[in-house]
Write a protein that binds this ligand. Structure first.
Ligand SMILES: Cc1cc2nc3c(=O)[nH]c(=O)nc-3n(C[C@H](O)[C@H](O)[C@H](O)COP(=O)(O)O)c2cc1C
Length: 190
């Protein structure tokens, strides 16, 4: 059982975190740049958007990558292995408006997705604070390190985190986990 003082302390910390989150929302502009083939990364991005008031940029390939073809996983895996860069649909992005950039990719064949590779190729990110995330189902291996390698000479990578979809019980839990991440991230880095 928690003592009265401990409970008071927990309430105080929660209030401070809430206050800091409000300040960040107001004074630090963030954008989530992501790719999502199915729905999961998109769903996570929407939750962060709600919590941080972030802008969202969903990157999309010009030619639809999704397919009903039975060998599609091999095809997509091959795209990763061959380091292919599919052409992207046009997007408007002025990074000078943002203090924090959140880059999010699903893991494909233990790496980041071809669409994110195309983004790195097309867009130079400079002098930014960057948070790197990935969603996966079993193992992400070097995905986040590989992404960091791409951008770290020009930017500060503040936070790297993976998210295992299979460990998730329900949507409430997803909300809670993301709120906790944001709090930790805020406390450790800002
Ligand atoms: C082509 C392909 C390759 C994948 N490779 C991996 C992998 O190496 N490791 C892993 O844990 N999950 C892997 N996954 C699962 C996805 O990372 C996971 O389902 C992710 O949450 C999908 O995000 P999305 O719904 O936003 O597209 C792969 C999925 C696809 C389609």
């Amino acid at each position: 059982m928690l003592q009265k003082d401990q409970k008071l302390c927990i309430v105080k910390i929660a209030t401070i975190k809430k206050f800091i989150r409000i300040i960040i929302k107001k004074y630090m502009k963030s954008i989530i740049i992501y790719y999502s083939l199915t729905w999961f990364t998109k769903q996570v991005a929407e939750i962060i958007k709600k919590n941080l008031d972030s802008a969202l940029l969903e990157l999309k390939p010009l030619k639809e990558i999704n397919s009903k073809w039975v060998w599609k996983y091999f095809w997509w895996g091959k795209m990763v292995m061959m380091k292919e860069k599919p052409e992207l649909q046009e997007f408007n992005l002025d990074l000078s408006q943002y203090d924090i950039i959140i880059l999010w990719t699903p893991v494909w064949a233990f790496s980041y997705t071809p669409v994110i590779r195309s983004f790195f190729d097309q867009y130079v990110i400079k002098d930014k604070k960057i948070l790197l995330y990935c969603t996966h189902e079993w193992a992400y291996w070097k995905t986040l390190n590989q992404m960091e390698e791409k951008i770290k000479s020009w930017n500060i990578v503040m936070w790297k985190k993976d998210f295992n979809k299979n460990k998730l019980k329900n949507n409430d839990e997803l909300n809670k986990i993301i709120k906790k991440w944001l709090d930790d991230m805020i406390f450790i880095n800002l």
